[in-house]
Each structure stands twice: as structure tokens, then as C-alpha cells.
Design a binder for this molecule. Structure first.
Ligand SMILES: C[C@H](O)[C@H](O)[C@H]1CNC2=NC(N)=NC(=O)C2=N1
Length: 92
């Protein structure tokens, strides 16, 4: 099981565009169309399944809000940071 990261570790290693919200990290990805956001969410779901680590996603008008935390650890772990970085790559 992944260990929870310290505040300093989280702050130092948050991928671009992500912010901390309590025991979660969050980023709102913006798109030129609603369906582009839906496509991103679908791709992110595939990456999540691959990692067996699952975000909460809210699909809105030309945006997708993604939240990550490690439920098993009760906080933010390297799994969250690593998957966040992969979501950044997916978004381009
Ligand atoms: C049993 C446990 O739910 C699984 O190991 C996985 C599934 N997906 C998960 N996703 C997230 N975000 N956190 C978890 O701790 C987690 N655990």
C-alpha cells in the first residue's frame, strides 16, 4: 500500500496545473468542446483502470474537473501524483 506523502512532498511534487484541496489533489482541464472533454474523461478512465487507481471526475461544459486521493491510505500518495502527471500528458 502506498504511504501518505508529507505536506512538503506534495507541494514539491504536484504536477503542473494541479492544486491541493485537503486530502485530494485537483485540476480542472479545459477544452474547446463538450465532447472533447468527454473524450478526455474516457481516456483518463482507461489510464485509471490501467493503474487501478480511480479519480472522481465531473464533466462540465468544455471542462473536466479531476480529483485524486488514495482511499486506501486516507490521503495523498505517490499514486495520485503519478496518475495526475499521466492525465497532464493525456491532455497535451
Ligand atoms: C480495494 C481498493 O479499492 C483498490 O485497491 C483500489 C481501487 N481504486 C482506487 N482508487 C483510489 N483513488 N484510491 C484507492 O485507494 C483505490 N483502491
Amino acid at each position: 500500500m502506498s504511504d501518505r506523502l508529507s505536506d512538503d512532498e506534495i507541494d514539491a511534487e504536484l504536477p503542473d496545473g494541479w492544486t491541493r484541496d485537503g486530502d485530494e489533489i485537483v485540476r480542472t482541464f479545459e477544452f474547446d468542446s463538450y465532447l472533447e472533454g468527454v473524450g478526455f474523461a474516457s481516456g483518463a478512465g482507461g489510464l485509471a483502470e490501467e493503474a487501478f487507481h480511480h479519480p472522481e471526475m465531473r464533466i462540465g461544459w468544455r471542462e473536466v474537473e479531476v480529483r485524486l486521493t488514495t482511499h486506501d491510505a486516507g490521503g495523498i500518495t505517490k499514486k495520485d501524483l503519478d496518475l495526475a502527471a499521466r492525465f497532464n500528458e493525456l491532455a497535451g
